[in-house]
Design a protein around this ligand. Structure first.
Ligand SMILES: [Zn+2]
Length: 336
């Protein structure tokens, strides 16, 4: 899953694992839970904005860069959404091209900047520099560090679920992560893991995340700021300070639309009680090719979805620990 529900579940499970390992950074995530989870989604997915405007109702619809032919509200026409900043306007695609690779680092760079793709085996080192700068340049609060932990969780889990990196064994219905199995993954993550296993209060969480402050450390981590700190020393390129204010405005827009979009996703994932037990929204049944909710949960169990999600959480904690180790090492080397 690569939506908010999936990323929140990966990140929350990773914190539980980190606590079991006794990692001393784990309490940080708990202390700033909303910012941590905001980092695990909005820390990367800067295209969290409307895709279009419903022509009849004037309401914002869709999710940035996912093309929309008709309004999901009326079935009627849509007009494109544009993000306004100063005298300029941007389509979600333009925002994506400018910033997506910079937040995801190891994939997703636009064609002209692909050369900046960070090799996977440099990711922990890069994150350790950001981890250091988060305290040094963005402290004294440790909230930016909690946000950075969330951001790392997103990069790792996105990389795995999108098969940029191996490590997730999953064949659910027709593959690892497909339009057909996505509703199964989302429903399972939302109900079985989020609600039942982790006890998450989704509506409260959505509001808390939407209410979090924009974290300037994100622009630093994306190198969309004046180059400074340890990150700039180790990675002198490709900084883009001239887009800093635009990115801050985008991050605020991400939070605004996150509330609207996530409430929509929340509604879509609700179950209703029928004579045959719990049933999900018909749109989700249609996307899976006609499966009932019970059949979806059976498919999830047979495919070992819980185990696969656990593998992703483990990979996140492994990277967090590597970052922590490298950071200690970098700091000692700096003193020597
Ligand atoms: Zn992403």
């Amino acid at each position: 899953m690569s939506g908010f529900i999936g990323h929140a579940v990966y990140a929350a499970l990773a914190v539980e694992q980190a606590e079991r390992r006794g990692a001393d950074f784990a309490p940080l995530a708990r202390r700033h839970w909303a910012s941590f989870l905001a980092g695990s989604y909005l820390g990367c997915d800067i295209q969290t904005m409307p895709e279009a405007i419903c022509a009849d109702t004037g309401r914002e619809v869709g999710y940035g860069t996912v093309s929309l032919e008709r309004s999901p509200i009326t079935g009627g026409a849509v007009r494109p959404y544009r993000f306004r900043f100063g005298d300029e306007t941007y389509t979600p695609r333009q925002i994506y091209d400018l910033f997506y690779g910079r937040s995801h680092l190891v994939f997703g760079w636009n064609a002209a900047e692909r050369t900046w793709t960070l090799p996977w085996d440099h990711l922990a080192e890069y994150c350790a520099l950001v981890w250091h700068d988060a305290a040094e340049l963005f402290g004294p609060s440790d909230r930016p560090r909690a946000y950075v932990l969330g951001w790392i969780a997103h990069v790792v889990s996105d990389t795995m679920i999108k098969s940029v990196r191996p490590g997730v064994e999953l064949h659910l219905l027709d593959g690892k992560y497909t339009p057909k199995n996505r509703p199964v993954q989302d429903l399972f993550a939302f109900h079985a893991i989020g609600r039942e296993e982790l006890g998450l209060d989704w509506p409260a969480l959505i509001d808390a995340i939407a209410d979090t402050s924009v974290e300037a450390v994100q622009a630093h981590a994306m190198r969309v700021a004046l180059p400074r700190g340890r990150l700039a020393v180790a990675y002198p390129d490709p900084w883009l300070p001239q887009r800093h204010d635009l990115l801050l405005a985008v991050m605020a827009e991400n939070r605004r639309y996150f509330r609207i979009w996530s409430r929509h996703e929340y509604d879509l994932l609700q179950l209703r009680e029928t004579a045959d037990g719990w049933e999900c929204h018909e749109d989700l049944t249609r996307a899976t090719g006609g499966l009932t909710y019970a059949e979806m949960m059976r498919a999830a169990e047979q495919a070992g979805l819980r185990r696969a999600i656990g593998q992703i959480a483990t990979a996140i904690v492994d990277v967090w620990e590597q970052v922590d180790r490298l950071h200690r090492w970098q700091s000692n080397a700096g003193r020597g």
